[in-house]
Design a protein around this ligand. Sequence first.
Ligand code: ATP
Ligand code: MG
Length: 472
Amino acid sequence: MKRTLYLKFLLGYVLLGIMGFITVFTLTSSLTLNYIEKRTVTSLYRESNLLAGNYVSNYYRGTMTLTDVKSHFEAIAAYLDTDIWVIDRNGNILINSRPESAADTVIPNFDIASFGTNYYQKGTFFDMFSEDTLSVFSPITINYKVRGYVLIHRSIADLVSYKDGFLNIAYITLAIIFFCAFIVLVLFTFTVYLPIRKMTRAAKDYSQGNFDTQINIHTNDEMGYLAASINYMATELSTLEEDQRKFIANVSHDFRSPLTSIKGYIEAIMDGTIPHEMQDKYLNIILFETERLNKLTQSMLELNKFGIKGSIMDIADFDINHTIKMVVQSFEGICKQKKISFELILTGQTCFVSADMSKIQQVLYNLIDNAIKFSHSDSSITIETTEKNDKVFISVKDAGIGIPKDSIKKIWERFYKTDLSRGKDKRGTGLGLAIVKEIISSHNENINVISTEGVGTEFIFTLPMAQKENEL
Ligand code: ATP
Ligand code: MG
């Protein structure tokens, strides 16, 4: 297909050249000849009028002899490259500017009416010439009576060779234009055609699932930008494919491990491997694993809900400081175990925001849950609220294991867990932050993370400040 496109261009180029030459050869040629003929007729007519009005009238009036007039006409005819005749009304040639010509020749069948309404005609002029000739006449009028005619003949072959001289210029110009167009074609080949061919090949590779092909175009123009975009797209597509594979592997893994342990314990209980008195303990483990599966399913359903059309939001004004305190309270038990303390730096007594309270509670829950999970014991977690430009900034900061630099971008992906957290917290699903991101995005707000591996992590998100804060 791409080859056809180029062939079309080449064909167009060649056709253009051929048509250009044909046009100059036919149309321009005949138009130019017409134009030259018209110009010649006009100037010869002016000349013949002048001759009829001056020299020939002088002859008729007797002030000049026929020989004088003839010698003048010979000079003028030589200068104009024409034949000049003076004939009487019957067609007798009185003067012929050709020096060797005999006078008193009679034009056979001469009839001035053959000119019709024109003052010139083309042809052999009553067979007086062997080739086509342009003949222009002017009547010689003495005392309102026509006494004869001045005729000027010019060979048409002369005019044709004059025209050919012009056409040669046109051919040279056309050849130069054709050559310039060839240079444009070569430039087009290198700057447009070849890059497009490269991109088409790459696109074909991508369509067959081979995303390794890179397009090597680094020009600083649209082609370069396009190639860079396609390269970027290919990289993204390849990671997307990779992500999807990982996603499925993670889901399968996360479902399989609790199911395997549940199956194992139930089989052990049924075949009596687990004695009756120990059954309670293992039933509790089964219950715990079932709850984990339940949470996993619920989280996935929730994310799916966001993915389809965004879940319905229940926006209301509420005190974020109060919400933070409530969520922190719910973690008190675990914190006591891990000897983790909370430091709350909250702006003012109350701080009203406009958002979906239950969803923001979930955000806080997930962030604080992570902060505790990834903190060392005997450390402190700081939660801070600040107001700035109609926004409330909420920060959850821990002094835990931190997130490696190359994982920072990925933590928002579903099922993503850093290698560090895998050892530390095997029970996490990796869905918490994906849900947090969806919730904040559906509020049209932002969440950011600052983290240093081994030092700690801070999550900061914004919420719109409530408009009627003072009235509440
Ligand atoms: P879930 O929240 O679904 O129970 P999870 O906590 O592992 O599982 P996310 O909350 O989505 O999943 O977090 C993704 C990963 O980001 C975590 O597994 C962890 O590697 C990293 N992470 C998140 N918060 C922190 C933190 N405060 N400190 C260090 N690493 C963190
Ligand atoms: Mg989490």
